[in-house]
Design a protein around this ligand. Structure first.
Ligand code: SF4
Length: 97
């Protein structure tokens, strides 16, 4: 029996995108390609998205690099997810020693 809940069962974040603001720079996808999918012309093509906890930090990064501020993240702040990422990285490094 594991005492650590699976990371993927944790609540992640929600994204609200505003396609009418998107100018197709593609920065969101460049920095977070597992989260942001663009249409054939390179524009963001969704309004709402649920992002699992394991990708929440990427979701924040992609939103913060958007020059148009076309992406809003709803949930715990970026610092929370950065700290979580660092904690998991440290734990897995310890486990591999
Ligand atoms: S970074 Fe912003 S403007 Fe560029 S494709 Fe993504 S949502 Fe659109």
């Amino acid at each position: 029996m594991s005492h650590h809940p699976k990371p993927s069962s944790e609540v992640g974040v929600k994204i609200r995108a505003h396609p009418s603001l998107c100018l197709g720079y593609g920065m969101c996808r460049r920095f977070a390609r597992d989260v942001y999918h663009l249409d054939e012309e390179g524009y963001i093509d969704f309004h709402r998205l649920d992002v699992p906890a394991d990708l929440a930090f990427e979701a924040w990064i992609g939103a913060s690099v958007c020059p148009q501020r076309a992406i809003t993240v709803i949930g715990e702040p970026e610092a929370y997810w950065r700290e979580r990422r660092e904690r998991f990285t440290a734990e897995s490094e310890e486990a591999s020693l």
